[in-house]
Design a protein around this ligand. Structure first.
Ligand SMILES: [Zn+2]
Length: 340
């Protein structure tokens, strides 16, 4: 229930319910002014209801039953009084969007208080809220199914691309690895990923696909560029605002553009601590990291210190993206064939 999206939905339910009750109160005040016998009928209904509840609790069921009938008669009387004046019989009742849970989000117990059982309408609203928040962070068109491998050359050229497979076969294999990562995400054996390779070879797209699919499944996904990451951690440590802990605890942390941050011993130390903290072995806690860099592995080795490189090599599966810049291929294709 700590998910802020669930809190947002529950707050909307509370507001909606308050409004329905306020509006019913307004209608009731107006009806009381216009219908002379209504106040008396309501008082009789209240008295009968209270007597029924009190006697039921005392186990005096026969007497309670008589009061129950009295209450039902009073309610019928109220409905008649309303209808005589041209109002609907249920004019005084709050109008809720969901009649099952009365906009509480949880099904009522027999006594009327909400039970811990979620109403279907609340599940549906939470799903919608999660989808909305995911669409804001990850483009809806970035899905593994929509990935266009034809943007990558089918010709192998190890010297040019740095991989033995053709860029198309290579990216097909990477997509399969990404699908496996999403499928096995909750499995304690699921390994972290490190994307390397030049710009325009699909790293951002694949990271978006993974982030989107896991966020839609309800996992807590944080995505930052490396400069944002270091900035937030440094500020979070000073401010003590919980940002640092959120980054440490995210079920999936995606860090883009690793290596564009300025080099400093303090940042290396932060990064090393982050890698260590996120390499938790508690099996019940999901804590995976996806790092992405335009560097080749040997450039990363030159950029970070030995301890960091050793952690990356041990704890991360390295997926090496290769090929020409797919964005250029795509825009050339659009120029040839406008509207595609
Ligand atoms: Zn409901």
């Amino acid at each position: 229930m700590d998910d802020p999206r669930v809190k947002t939905v529950l707050q909307a339910y509370a507001d909606r319910r308050d409004q329905a009750i306020r509006e019913a109160e307004g209608r009731r005040r107006e009806a009381l002014e216009r219908i002379p016998g209504l106040a008396g009928a309501e008082a009789a209904s209240r008295l009968a209801g209270l007597s029924y509840a009190r006697l039921s609790a005392m186990g005096r069921l026969e007497e309670a039953k008589a009061w129950k009938m009295e209450q039902e008669a009073s309610l019928r009387n109220i409905a008649c009084l309303l209808q005589e004046q041209g109002y609907p019989a249920d004019w005084l009742e709050p109008v809720f969007y969901c009649s099952r849970c009365r906009d509480q989000g949880y099904l009522p117990n027999p006594g009327g208080a909400p039970s811990p059982v979620r109403c279907a309408c609340l599940d549906q609203r939470i799903r919608e809220e999660i989808a909305r928040s995911v669409d804001i962070r990850f483009p809806p068109e970035h899905t593994l199914a929509a990935f266009d491998e034809t943007l990558f050359s089918p010709e192998a050229d190890p010297k040019k691309y740095g991989v033995t497979l053709s860029p198309r076969e290579n990216v097909r294999w990477i997509r399969k690895r990404c699908q496996d990562f999403v499928r096995d995400f909750a499995d304690p054996a699921c390994r972290n990923l490190l994307f390397t390779g030049p710009t325009g070879t699909g790293k951002t797209f694949m990271a978006n696909c993974i982030g989107r699919e896991l966020a839609l499944k309800g996992y807590d996904v944080i995505r930052l560029t490396a400069p944002q990451l270091f900035d937030r951690i440094i500020r979070g440590k000073f401010d003590g605002d919980g940002t640092y802990q959120d980054i440490l605890d995210a079920e999936l942390l995606i860090v883009d553009d690793l290596g564009v941050e300025s080099q400093s011993a303090a940042k290396f130390s932060i990064f090393y601590d982050l890698l260590e903290s996120r390499n938790r072995t508690e099996p019940e806690k999901i804590c995976r990291t996806l790092l992405s860099t335009n560097f080749k592995m040997k450039e990363l080795v030159g950029f970070y210190d030995e301890r960091i490189i050793s952690r990356l090599l041990h704890w991360y599966d390295i997926l090496r993206f290769a090929g020409d810049d797919a964005r250029l291929t795509l825009s050339a294709r659009r120029r040839e064939c406008p509207g595609s």
